[in-house]
Design a protein around this ligand. Structure first.
Ligand code: UGA
Length: 435
């Protein structure tokens, strides 16, 4: 089927390439000409494992093309996916201006019937709004509207798209159902969950907010372990063995970040507020996660015996999580900034996020970016692990000890082997360190 995807950000680009992989004819559209030029050359503007290779493959199959010209792209397309950003507005609500701009253009340029599907995370009842806007702008054309929220995670986006736990489709008309079933016929029918438009929109917010709640919960239990003297790793593992709870998203850390959870929980709170509902639990999650950064700063300051000025810190990890170059709402950056404000000398490293972080930390002369962590290890007083890259997990602690016997370590992701750290006699701290 000929499909147009508007927006070549994370969701749009991964969806376009994966739709092409499962056999559709995809035209990916973006207003940013430089991005389209890059994609035409086979270059990927973001870091996502496996995506470049898959792009080469689908270009080879002649299943994908890139353009800035929506009008041309829409000719003969049966379905149009909206995958533009829905950034956070000042009041926490999702800013729909990019979505509505795209809708106006679809209405203006369409010359045949289309299914318009939101993949972007949009507030409840956006589908209704879209339908109204489309039919009012172009009453000659029959438009169908559906919601198909995307659940892929950065860093494992292809796997999430190609092997989904479920595909949610929400629609109010049979023709929308028919077209969506055709689009997703690569996947077993049992994977596809059918519902109405508003429910599909809410499922996305429900899922992200629940996951954020799970993380905030385990973070606070880790703090309790720290005060009571329990072992958070064992606790989280044993809790996760209960199939009603499940072991995923129970890793305590410096707080959740990224372009989705922080924005989506605020948007859900806004949806609740504007619909006379209260979500006190989600309110508490926001507060808990905001407070998390201060707690992490305190832990680091304590490990430096409350004397931060001019202390040299090697900072491992800047991305909001491993396997991405994304630093949006990265707890690592927020915490590093606080320490830099206190006068610490930070030597920052990341495998992919360094150039994005440079722009964000540009104002701090006392933050330097390094490629060689070993040179910095020699000269620093403290090593902070802030992002859970596999390579940090594998760090050779014997070599660290040999280069700098007095180096203190704080692991904000609980990825290091505590028995190894103890064996080498480091002064250390981690999350939920109650022992
Ligand atoms: C999240 C959801 O997991 C996806 O299902 C969803 O499609 C996406 O948002 C979206 O709305 O587009 P993502 O933001 O890529 O995906 O990242 P996650 O892997 O969910 O991690 C989010 C944050 O939670 C990160 O800061 C991560 O470090 C933190 N986290 C995650 C923890 O602190 N502990 C955990 O156990 C898991």
């Amino acid at each position: 089927m000929k499909i147009v995807v508007i927006g070549t950000g994370y969701v749009g680009l991964v969806s376009s390439i994966c739709f092409a992989k499962i056999g559709h004819q995809v035209i990916a559209v973006d207003k940013i000409a430089s991005k389209i030029d890059q994609l035409k050359k086979g270059e990927i503007p973001i870091y996502e494992p496996g995506l470049k290779e898959m792009l080469t493959e689908v270009v080879g199959l002649d299943n994908i093309s890139f353009t800035t010209n929506l009008q041309e792209a829409l000719i003969d397309a049966k379905a149009v996916f909206i995958a533009v950003g829905t950034p956070q507005d000042e009041d926490g609500s999702a800013d729909l201006s990019y979505v509505l701009d795209a809708i106006k253009e679809i209405a203006k340029y369409s010359t045949s019937s289309k299914l318009v599907v939101t993949k972007s995370t949009v507030p409840a009842k956006t589908g209704e709004k879209i339908k109204k806007l489309l039919t009012e702008t172009n009453p000659q054309i029959k438009f169908y509207v559906a919601s198909n929220p995307e659940f892929l995670r950065e860093g494992c986006a292809i796997e999430d798209f190609m092997k989904p736990d479920r595909i949610v489709i929400g629609y109010d008309e049979d023709q929308a159902k028919k077209i969506l079933e055709e689009i997703y016929n690569y996947f077993p029918a049992s994977k596809i969950f059918h519902t109405d438009l508003v429910t599909a929109e809410l499922i996305k917010y429900g899922s992200n907010s629940f996951l954020a709640t799970k993380i905030a919960f385990i973070n606070e239990i880790a703090d309790l372990c720290e005060n009571v003297g329990g072992n958070i790793k064992d606790l989280a593992y044993a809790m996760g063995q209960d199939s009603r709870i499940g072991g995923k998203f129970l890793n305590p850390g410096p707080g959740f970040g990224g372009s989705c959870f922080p924005k989506d929980i605020l948007a859900l709170l806004n949806i609740a507020k504007t619909n006379n509902s209260s979500l006190s639990l989600i309110d508490a999650v926001v507060k808990s996660n905001n407070n998390r950064k201060n707690l992490m700063v305190k832990k680091i300051v304590n490990l430096l015996d409350c004397d931060v000025e001019n202390k040299k810190i090697i900072w491992l990890g800047l991305a909001f999580k491993a396997n991405t170059d994304d630093i949006r709402y990265s707890p690592s950056i927020a915490i590093a900034k606080e320490l830099a404000k206190m006068g610490a000398q930070i030597f920052a490293h990341d495998f992919q996020a360094q150039s994005n972080a440079k722009k964000e930390l540009n104002d701090f002369n006392n933050v330097k970016f390094i490629d060689d962590i070993w040179e910095a290890i020699k000269n620093c007083e403290l090593m902070v692990i802030a992002t859970e890259w596999e390579q940090y997990k594998q760090i050779d602690l014997s070599r660290v000890k040999a280069l700098n016997p007095n180096l203190k370590i704080i692991d904000l992701r609980n990825i290091l082997d505590i028995s190894e750290i103890k064996k080498h006699g480091f002064i250390f701290d981690f999350i939920g360190n109650g022992s």
